[in-house]
Design a protein around this ligand. Structure first.
Ligand code: SAJ
Length: 416
């Protein structure tokens, strides 16, 4: 099987290498010459455990090459970004359409075209299918068109690609069957056949479900702060119920999925998507809530220096897209006279290059990302802080006794 993948980012690259590992001949296409050169010389441009080893095996077995131009093959997989439309919230299909238009001249009868990019509901049938049929093909007979949303978790991609259940949304039953054949080469989870439009909306609703649930936790933090009740303990207790699973509150919701996908639904049906939009609003306000508490802590303790621990949008990844930590750092720098230091072992733009230098003589350790390395902050480093206050918005620091004062989203109620 020869596969051409368009887009070698967080999804396209691991997917290509997984297919290569399982016997396919894969050409991975990207618009960035730098990415293509980098990959062909055996280096991966993203931080993902195990990925570089996969790349080097595939390169030496001649099963994968990166290229600037697509090649004819049996299967085309589109895994390009779908950002929010600039200034609005809908799904920007520019890259997807460009990718599809780029493969149209190469299409041959019997080819399978798979859209993995996250897209707004009805895109496969209403936008992609007409592009292919304009070329004289009949989708479902000549070309098999499928939407197969990816559902992998950054940091655990290579495992989840194989073991997660996979939605295979065909435009027709034949398209679904063809899609199943392709993913059946390596997926050990269930292959769930359905319609393309169901696949599109399920993918969006998975992330929306998490976003709404996190908004509930974040609202609970504000309720707890008002009523002087520890919201983190409330969640712990409530989650002992066998059918309750309130997610964890935090400084906001980042990443390129939860903070983006709900808008793809809301942009299509704003009248109906009221709860979805409200949840987005609550999560988007969390950075300001955190900032307000930080300012109160600093004022009460006559602090001078704030050290932000974590810039990535979530623990143990280097990705800062939509990261609330970046928003908080930028606003604190712009709006206050405090000295702001940042430290994130995964993010090169950090101002400090070690935990020690980041916290030396600092007043406040403000934890915004739950990286494992922040779980245990050595006592001797805490001892070198000026007023040694901890505000752990991710509740991830395990030993807090060495700090002079320690706050989290459950006990910040004293700062009204
Ligand atoms: N977060 C919380 N509280 C929680 C869990 C997460 O505040 O209880 C925050 C995180 O800190 C982060 C954001 O939410 O800022 C998103 O993190 P995440 O781990 O929930 O999700 P992503 O964006 O890394 O990956 C999600 C996953 N979707 C689901 O779990 C339903 C992943 O499986 C998808 O493949 C991915 O989106 C995607 O590409 O759509």
């Amino acid at each position: 099987m020869k596969i051409t993948t368009i887009g070698l980012g967080y999804i396209g690259l691991p997917t290509s290498l997984m297919f290569a590992k399982h016997g396919a001949d894969v050409v991975g296409v990207d618009i960035s010459e730098r990415t293509v050169d980098f990959l062909n010389s055996g280096n991966v441009p993203i931080e993902e455990p195990g990925l570089e080893a996969y790349l080097n095996k595939a390169l030496s077995a001649h099963k994968f090459k990166a290229s600037l131009t697509p090649e004819a093959g049996d299967v085309f997989i589109i895994a390009v970004p779908t950002p929010n439309v600039a200034g609005e919230f809908g799904c920007d299909l520019t890259y997807v359409k460009k990718a599809v238009n780029g493969i149209l001249p190469l299409l041959e009868k019997g080819n399978i075209v798979i859209i993995e990019s996250t897209i707004s509901p009805r895109t496969t049938e209403d936008v992609i299918k007409p592009l292919i049929e304009k070329e004289g093909f009949q989708v479902g007979e000549d070309i098999f068109l499928v939407h197969c949303p990816e559902r992998v978790l950054p940091g655990n991609i290579l495992y989840e690609l194989v073991y997660n259940n996979r939605i295979i949304g065909g435009v027709t039953g034949k398209c679904t069957a063809k899609g199943k054949e392709v993913y059946g080469t390596f997926v050990k989870g269930e292959l769930l056949g359905t319609a393309a439009s169901v696949a599109e909306l399920s993918k969006l609703m998975e992330n929306t479900y998490r976003d709404v649930n996190i908004a509930l936790a974040n609202e609970l933090v504000q309720i707890g702060a008002r009523l002087d009740i520890d919201a983190l303990s409330v969640i712990e207790m409530a989650n002992k119920h066998p059918r309750v699973n309130i997610h964890q509150p935090g400084p906001g919701v980042g990443g390129h999925c939860l903070a983006v996908d709900p808008y793809f639904i809301a942009a299509e049906v704003p009248e109906e998507a009221k709860l979805i939009l409200r949840a987005r609003q609550i999560n988007r306000q969390m950075p300001d809530f955190v900032i307000q508490k930080v300012l109160a802590i600093m004022a009460e303790n006559q602090g001078e220096t704030i050290t932000i621990l974590g810039l990535a949008y979530k623990g143990n990844v280097d990705d800062t897209r939509e990261s609330p930590a970046i928003q908080i750092a930028d606003k604190l720098k712009a709006l206050t006279n405090y000295q702001i230091r940042t430290f994130d072992p995964f993010v090169a733009s950090s101002s400090a290059n070690s935990l020690e230098s980041a916290l030396d003589e600092s007043d406040l350790a403000l934890v915004l990302t739950d990286h494992d390395v922040f779980e245990k902050i050595p006592q001797k480093i805490i001892a070198r802080m000026r007023t040694s206050i901890l505000f752990d918005t991710k509740n991830c620091v395990k030993e807090t006794d060495a700090f002079n004062k320690s706050y989290n989203l459950g006990n910040i109620s004293i700062f009204k």
